[in-house]
Design a protein around this ligand. Structure first.
Ligand SMILES: [Zn+2]
Length: 67
């Protein structure tokens, strides 16, 4: 599948992502309250949108640190 996207995560970030996705699913499906991530979780998850944007070939902000 040539259009696949591969993101590499360390285990801690993967666990944080799982919890965030699970909570989003519960929030949408059952209207459950979602718990905001801790500052550390937010920091670890903060790079995911950037990495995904790069993997998808979308444009970066002029402030992106990879430029
Ligand atoms: Zn970038």
């Amino acid at each position: 599948m040539r259009d696949d996207i591969v993101l590499r995560l360390d285990r801690t970030a993967a666990e944080d992502l799982y919890v965030a996705l699970y909570e989003a699913e519960e929030h949408i499906a059952a209207r459950a309250a979602s718990t905001p991530p801790t500052a550390e979780e937010a920091d670890r998850l903060g790079t995911l949108p950037r990495d995904l944007r790069h993997a998808l070939g979308r444009g970066c902000s002029p402030y992106c640190d990879h430029l």
